[in-house]
Design a protein around this ligand. Structure first.
Ligand code: APR
Length: 174
């Protein structure tokens, strides 16, 4: 029995994590921004933006993979979360797709440990409790069907998001 939980929660700056892939909460241009996007580009260095330019953007709900450059992580998986408009504009389905597509891309690249920030829970205004429930549900669904990634690390940057993920993981029985 694998004693190590396959979903864990960490309060940290995601750019410091020595994992195979970190996920970026990007925008559709993939040309950088503020929040975790800004932090990842600052830590990875200019080569990350140079590679992103070759991709030509990413629709909301989808994911693209690049190198990690100066980051400890080998890969960055860029996904574009939905902007919160009250929850009846397809936001839940799009956020779920972010996690599903990021995990599928990770598995396809042999990623064993992946760290996610709280996609859409900053500038994009998604309520953390609802976002965390989707993150945990979609990640659990992937992990029951695939051996990779071996571990998903939810990385909270502030206490409110940490509490939301803690509650979602407990509710899931993780
Ligand atoms: N490590 C981990 N989490 C972080 C970090 C970090 N270094 N910096 C910020 N966060 C957290 C925020 O506190 C929030 O909980 O990441 C979560 C996502 O917030 P944002 O980065 O604002 O991302 P999002 O809400 O998805 O908005 C995306 O913001 O930065 C722009 O280019 C980005 O246009 C896009 C939009």
């Amino acid at each position: 029995m694998n004693a190590t939980p396959r979903m864990t929660l960490l309060r940290a700056d995601i750019t410091t994590l020595d994992v195979d892939a970190i996920v970026n909460a990007a925008n559709t241009s993939l040309l950088g921004g503020g929040g975790v996007d800004g932090a990842i580009h600052r830590a990875a260095g200019p080569d990350l933006l140079a590679e992103c330019r070759t991709i030509g953007g990413c629709p909301t709900g989808e994911a693209r993979i690049t190198g990690g450059y100066r980051l400890p992580a080998r890969y960055v998986i860029h996904t574009v979360g939905p902007v919160w408009h009250g929850g009846s504009k397809g936001e839940p389905a799009l956020l779920a797709a972010c996690y599903r597509n990021s995990l599928a891309l990770a598995a396809a690249h042999g990623v064993r440990r992946i760290a996610f920030p709280a996609i859409s829970c900053g500038v994009y205004g998604y309520p953390p409790a609802q976002a965390a429930e989707i993150a945990v549900r979609e990640s659990a669904a992937h992990l029951t069907r695939h051996d990779l990634p071996e571990q998903v690390i939810f990385t909270a940057f502030d206490a409110a998001v940490y509490a939301a993920y803690e509650a979602a993981l407990q509710a899931h029985g993780a």
